[in-house]
Write a protein that binds this ligand. Structure first.
Ligand SMILES: Cc1cc2nc3c(=O)[nH]c(=O)nc-3n(C[C@H](O)[C@H](O)[C@H](O)COP(=O)(O)OP(=O)(O)OC[C@H]3O[C@@H](n4cnc5c(N)ncnc54)[C@H](O)[C@@H]3O)c2cc1C
Length: 311
């Protein structure tokens, strides 16, 4: 890394981190952003981001996120693809370590978001990337005229089932509960879609296939026994786990592993802020994550100006 010192270091390159980088650089702060493994975060593979202001017909994440990054770079923010692996206090400032060196900053804005949860069942590890996926827009086009499965019943699962139905001949949604929990717009679209079948009260117990996935073994929670379902691919959307293990105890986390903040996105430790889905009580939408990032950048700027941290 060329310059290892800055005013505000943003860790995370999702919509929260990208927006924070833009707002911080525009405030005149020397701003660095470490994007980690996925510039654009969860949104980068979304075919159509719904509910984002300014785009009534939606916009692909792979278009929106690079646009925000370009805007942040034009404002003066510097980006690197390094991943943070540690955070410690250092001479009244903060030190973040990465595999490519360390960065020192007056304030650190944590926007490391979430990663998709896994099923934790036999066959999953062996078949990951060989029919087991978390990315409908990446793998959907390769599955034309095939039958695919989606695990989950929330917004992400149904939104991605609709994306997959553009390509696959049949999409089977396997949902462990009685009722789908997604918002009404997705629920109605899925339930009325000719290519999508919803199987409620259904748990996926095992993935089947030697080299690649060929199907799954399911069990109903209502007692009608086990059943094997032939599938060309399985897409798993059963929730999101926060990316906070790299903090190694520097910050107190809530029971779900997220970072508690006040309304200014300030943690309980002066100089450390959190934005987006990595923080407690995030609304979980792209617009709210971007808003968190903007708020946190303003709070960091004020903290660096007056040194006060009134939580
Ligand atoms: C399938 C799916 C569909 C969705 N569809 C919509 C939608 O249509 N509309 C909507 O409003 N919302 C949608 N969402 C929600 C939306 O994706 C999130 O609200 C948003 O991505 C949160 O942004 P974020 O920046 O907080 O975190 P993330 O997007 O999770 O980004 C986290 C960033 O942190 C980086 N990172 C992680 N660890 C490290 C590390 N150690 N060091 C450095 N960087 C690190 C990652 O590389 C990534 O850049 C969807 C989510 C999913 C899963």
């Amino acid at each position: 890394m060329s310059n290892n010192d800055c005013d505000v270091l943003i860790v995370g390159g999702g919509i929260a981190g990208l927006t924070a980088a833009l707002v911080s650089a525009r405030a005149g702060r020397r701003t660095r952003a470490l994007t980690g493994p996925a510039l654009g975060g969860q949104l980068i593979s979304i075919e159509r981001i719904d509910g984002y202001p300014g785009f009534p017909d939606g916009i692909p994440g792979y278009e929106l996120c690079p646009m925000v990054q370009e805007q942040a770079v034009a404002a003066g923010a510097e980006f690197s693809a390094a991943a943070a692996d540690g955070l410690t206090a250092h001479e009244n400032r903060w030190k973040v370590t990465t595999g490519e060196g360390e960065v020192h900053a007056g304030a650190v804005l944590i926007a490391t978001g979430t990663s998709s949860k896994e099923l934790g069942i036999p066959g999953e590890e062996r078949l990951r990337g060989k029919g087991v996926s978390h990315c409908a827009s990446c793998d959907g086009p390769l599955l034309r005229s095939r039958t695919v499965g989606v695990v989950g019943g929330g917004d992400s699962a149904l939104q991605e089932a609709l994306t997959l139905a553009q390509y696959a001949s049949r999409v089977i949604v396997l949902h462990h509960g009685e009722a789908l929990t997604a918002q009404a717009a997705y629920r109605d679209a899925v339930l009325n879609h000719a290519k999508i079948e919803v199987r409620a009260n259904t748990v996926v117990e095992q993935l089947i296939g030697d080299g690649t996935l060929t199907g799954v073994r399911t069990r109903t929670t209502t007692g009608s026994g086990e059943r094997d379902v032939e599938l060309a691919a399985l897409f798993v959307y059963i929730g999101l786990a926060p990316n906070t293990s790299w903090l190694n105890g520097t910050l107190e986390l809530d029971a779900s592993g997220r970072i508690p903040t006040d309304g200014w996105m300030r943690s309980r430790v002066p100089g450390l802020l959190a934005a987006g889905t990595v923080r407690s009580e995030s609304a979980g939408r792209a617009a709210s994550a971007g808003g968190d990032g903007a708020t946190a950048a303003v709070a960091a700027d004020r903290y660096l100006s007056d040194g006060a941290w009134r939580v």
